[in-house]
Design a protein around this ligand. Structure first.
Ligand SMILES: *Cc1c(COP(=O)(O)O)cnc(C)c1O
Length: 478
C-alpha cells in the first residue's frame, strides 16, 4: 500500500473499509458458532460508545489516567469475587486469554526461580486439551512442555497421569474449566491436591468458563469447583470478550493473593527515558477495551447474564440432543457448558463443515490429535439462540450431502507417505510445492477447506506446523 498523496475523504475511507469486509463471515445473523460473541444491538451500542470514548486514553501510565486505574481495579475486583477469591485475590486486565496465560506462566516461572533456584530447566505439565496459548507462553518464556494425554472417553485429564509426569523440574500444572476442545471440566480439585502435595503452581484456565460457569451453577447445573475456593489453585484466566460479551481485547488474570501476582509485574529502570512499570505485556494500551468491558458488564448486569445463561443452556441441550439423533454423528462428550464437540465415524467431517459454511453457517474444524479424532466444534452463544432447529435441519442435510462427495484424490495419491511426512529439512520451495498441490499456493484463501484440512489431518504435528508457518509467511507479503 502507498499512501494517497491527498488524504482520502471520510466517505471514501469508510467505503473502502466496508469493501474489505465483503468476504468476512456474516456474524450478525446468528449463524456463526465461534469467534464473535454478539450480545445484540443495544449492548453493542453501549460497548462501542464506551470503547470510542476511551479510545485515546493510555493505560501506559495510570498515574496520569486515573480513570483507567479505577476501571482496572474494579474489573479485577469483580473477577476475584466472581471466582470466590475472598479478600486476598487480586488481578489485572489484559488484552485476551493468551495474554492472561502468558502473564500467569511468567509469574509462575519467576516465582519458582526464587523459590526453587536449583531448577534451571523448568517444566510445565499440559494435558493435550490445554489451550495452545500455554505452548506459546512456554515457547516465549523458555519453559519445557511435558504433555500428557487426556482420558479417551471423558476427555478430562486424570490426576494420576499428571502425577506420573511430575519430575524434580516441574513448576506448574494446568487444568481447564472447561477445555476448549471437548467442553469438559478437568478435575481441578484433584489437581489442587497434587499442586499442594508437590508444591506446584496450579493454573485454572477458565478463559471460556470463568464468567459463565457460576451462572450455570446458579441455574442448577452440576458444576464442579474450579475457582479460588479450591485449595491449591494459584491463578485463573477468565476472558471477558467471550461469554461476558465484552468487545475483544478483554480478559482478566487473577491470583490467589498479591504475593503471587508480584511476579507478573515488570519494571524497567535500566534505560534512559520514562519509568516503566507494567502489569501486562503491552505497555501503551488503549483505554477502550477496559472502559467497554466495564460498560458492558454493568449494562447487562447480573440478572441479564443469568437470563442469557439460561437461554444458552437450553439451546445447548437442544443442539446436543439433536446432534445425537442425526445418523452418522456422535458427540465426543456431553457438554458441561456451551462448547459442543462432535464427529462422524462414517462421513468426512471437513466436508460437512464446507457444506455448512456454504449455507451461511460457521462451524469450526479441529484436526485429530493424540486420542481425539478430527471433529467439529461449536461455541454456542447468545446470538445462536433461536437458530437451534434450523441449524439441526441443515446439519442433517449437510451430513447427507457430505456423504456423497468424493474423497480427495490428492490425499489418496499421496497415501501413507503423508502420515510420516518429515519436513524438518524441507526448504520453503519444497513446502510451497506441497501447498500448490493442495491448491493453496499464492492465490489467497480457498473457498472449500476440506482438501487442505484433510491433508493437514493426516500429517504429523511437526509437518503441520512447518506447513502453517510457510503458508502464513507467504500470505502476508506485498
Ligand atoms: C479462547 C481461549 C484461550 C485464549 O484466549 P484468546 O482470548 O483467544 O487469546 C485460552 N484458553 C481457552 C480455554 C480459551 O477458550
Amino acid at each position: 500500500m502507498k499512501l494517497p498523496e491527498q488524504g482520502m475523504p471520510e466517505n471514501a475511507v469508510f467505503a473502502a473499509l466496508e469493501n474489505f469486509r465483503k468476504n468476512d463471515i456474516r456474524w450478525k445473523e446468528g449463524r456463526v458458532f465461534g469467534y464473535v460473541f454478539d450480545p445484540g444491538e443495544q449492548v453493542q451500542k453501549v460497548a462501542k460508545r464506551a470503547y470510542t470514548e476511551f479510545l485515546s486514553e493510555n493505560g501506559l501510565d495510570f498515574t496520569v489516567f486515573q480513570s483507567l486505574e479505577r476501571l482496572e481495579r474494579e474489573l479485577a475486583a469483580f473477577g476475584a469475587g466472581h471466582l470466590r477469591g475472598g479478600d486476598m485475590a487480586v488481578g489485572n486486565f489484559t488484552s485476551g486469554g493468551t495474554e492472561s496465560i502468558i502473564l500467569a506462566v511468567k509469574a509462575a516461572r519467576d516465582c519458582y526461580r526464587e523459590k526453587k533456584p536449583d531448577i534451571t530447566a523448568p517444566e510445565i505439565i499440559l494435558p493435550a486439551t490445554a489451550h495452545a496459548a500455554f505452548y506459546k507462553a512456554a515457547h516465549y518464556l523458555g519453559l519445557n512442555v511435558v504433555q500428557v494425554s487426556v482420558d479417551p472417553v471423558s476427555f478430562k485429564v486424570h490426576p494420576e497421569t499428571v502425577r506420573g509426569a511430575v519430575t524434580s523440574n516441574t513448576i506448574m500444572i494446568v487444568g481447564s474449566a472447561p477445555t476448549y476442545s471437548q467442553g469438559v471440566i478437568d478435575p481441578i480439585e484433584d489437581l489442587g491436591k497434587l499442586a499442594l502435595e508437590y508444591d506446584l503452581w496450579l493454573h485454572t484456565d477458565a478463559c471460556m468458563g470463568g464468567f459463565l460457569l457460576p451462572y450455570f451453577k446458579r441455574l442448577g447445573e452440576p458444576v464442579p469447583d474450579f475457582d479460588f475456593s479450591v485449595p491449591g489453585v494459584s491463578s485463573i484466566s477468565m476472558d471477558l470478550h467471550k461469554y461476558a460479551y465484552c468487545p475483544k481485547g478483554a480478559s482478566l488474570v487473577l491470583y490467589k493473593d498479591k504475593s503471587l501476582r508480584k511476579y507478573q509485574i515488570f519494571a524497567c529502570a535500566e534505560w534512559i527515558g520514562y519509568t516503566i512499570v507494567n502489569n501486562a505485556v503491552q505497555s501503551s494500551r488503549s483505554g477502550g477495551p477496559m472502559a467497554a468491558a466495564w460498560a458492558v458488564l454493568n449494562h447487562i448486569g447480573d440478572r441479564g447474564y443469568l437470563d442469557i445463561a439460561r437461554k444458552k443452556l437450553e439451546a445447548v441441550k437442544v443442539i446436543a440432543a439433536g446432534i445425537e439423533r442425526i445418523p452418522g454423528l456422535r458427540l465426543l462428550a456431553q457438554p458441561q457448558m456451551t462448547l459442543i464437540a462432535f464427529t462422524s465415524d462414517t462421513v468426512n467431517v471437513f466436508h460437512i463443515i464446507d457444506e455448512m459454511n456454504s449455507r451461511g453457517w460457521y462451524i469450526q474444524p479441529a484436526l485429530s490429535y493424540d486420542n481425539s479424532p478430527a471433529h467439529i466444534h461449536l461455541s454456542v452463544s447468545a446470538s445462536n439462540v433461536g437458530w437451534e432447529d434450523k441449524f439441526l435441519e441443515d446439519l442433517e442435510e449437510c451430513v447427507k450431502a457430505a456423504a456423497s462427495l468424493p474423497e480427495s484424490s490428492l490425499l489418496a495419491s499421496l497415501g501413507p507417505m503423508i502420515k510420516d511426512l518429515d519436513l524438518s529439512a524441507a526448504s520453503d520451495e519444497e513446502i510451497n510445492g506441497l501447498l500448490a498441490m493442495a491448491g493453496l499456493a499464492g492465490q489467497g484463501l480457498p473457498e472449500r477447506m476440506a482438501e487442505i484440512n484433510g491433508l493437514l489431518n493426516e500429517m504429523p504435528a511437526s509437518a503441520r506446523k512447518a506447513v502453517l508457518v510457510s503458508f502464513v509467511n507467504d500470505l502476508f507479503v506485498q
